[in-house]
Design a protein around this ligand. Sequence first.
Ligand code: 5AD
Ligand code: SF4
Length: 477
Amino acid sequence: MNLESEVEKSNSLVKRVGEIDFPQRKVYIKTYGCQMNEHDTQRMLSSLEDLNFDQTQEKEEADLILFNTCAIRDLANSKFYSHLGEIKHIKEKKKDVVVGVGGCVAQTEGKDLIKKYNHLDFAFGTDVIDDISSLVYRTYAGENKFSVNTWDRSRDYSIETKITHGKPQAYINIIKGCDKFCSYCIVPFTRGREKSRRVSEIVKDVQRLVEYQGIQEITLLGQNVNSFGKDNKESLAQLIIELDKIKGLALIRYTTSHPYDVSDELISVHGSSSKLSRHLHLPVQSGSNTVLQRMLREYTVEHYLGLLKKLRQARPDIVLSTDIIAGFPNETREEHEATLNLLREAQYDFIYAYSYSARPGTKAARMKDSLSEEERRQRLWEIQELQLAIQADLRQEMVGRVYRLLVDESGTKKDVLKWKGRTNCMRIVHFRPENESMDYLWHWVDVKITQATALSCQGEIVKDHGKSYPAPDLTVF
Ligand code: 5AD
Ligand code: SF4
């Protein structure tokens, strides 16, 4: 059903949709996991406006409570289960609250969740997120205790990016699903097969966002954006070349990548694009070839390091980051040491390191595992300690240089007001305002770095350019 067309576009306090009146209501959404989920939440909020829902941050005042779940590691999973339990008392006090669970956990476990939790009204998987208003409509039409986790079987993936937040930054889904089946990863089971949007559709989408919604920075999203366009004989490199031409767009980022699909064409775009970020997140997972084989990652450490070398040749100031899994099943001490060596060699600006967590249904979860949780924790700690030392040294080179930031937040700590922004190369920088009444939110500012540690950088403001992106300045990073 096309709800949009049935929505009365009047400004009245009640919207009539189909057979039902929708008074103004509030929705609370709890989001777990990655940027993909954050973006899905945005899409849901936008879609629920059709049913007269506004977002609230207080679950106690919500009429509709939604969980957008993540299954990638046990931690996010168990947080969700405990939050779902806590909602029970809200439903006991306020019987007409509607509760729904969506996303990755609901994709594989939706039916069981519905059976197990009396206070849960409906569950919905990852491929029906854009149908959220139809599903909520069904609950107001009297249906409950249902679960929808069907896959969209069409070959095409065509959407329009919906934004409600008013920031100049936007996430743009360009590919969904993953065909890689790394042995530890649940994503191919929760997000399905790869499907890409068309370059022409994305370019039009971004043009519209830049022109009408003030978007200046975009992040192209997918589980493996490097596979983008394969079925349509298109590529990520080609997409970036087209997006580079959009007037008014300042910065292009993409995440997340798989080293197997990083092409020479893409590397050369890192050198030639004027808008592509000077940061690349390229998950390696392990520095040991034997572990990479057991992970089914399809590349060797040598191949990976070769990619870093080529990227640094194409763009000498590129800043690199990665993901590491500590304590993959049966990882030996030598295999772990190989990861430490890789960190020394690669010189990442930051890393996300995780302790391996067995995900039901994956190949790795069926492997016999000789490691204890204590050993995994110890290895994770060693990885993090080493990386902190590496990045503390690396970041010293920032001191004295001027960086351009897009300011996104302010906060007061120990009575000192500071603003925060991100550089083109993804480093977070804090600075004090010239005077306390200045509002720098979403301004582009140039900041000279005075102090840099492994985890934070401080600077002083050199120039405030206001909200429109200033002309590039080669003396500024
Ligand atoms: N255990 C630990 N970390 C995992 N990741 C994915 N699956 C697992 C797992 N089972 C990590 C990988 C991936 C990141 C998004 O999450 O490092 O790149
Ligand atoms: Fe998971 Fe990424 Fe491997 Fe896909 S490429 S299976 S999302 S780790």
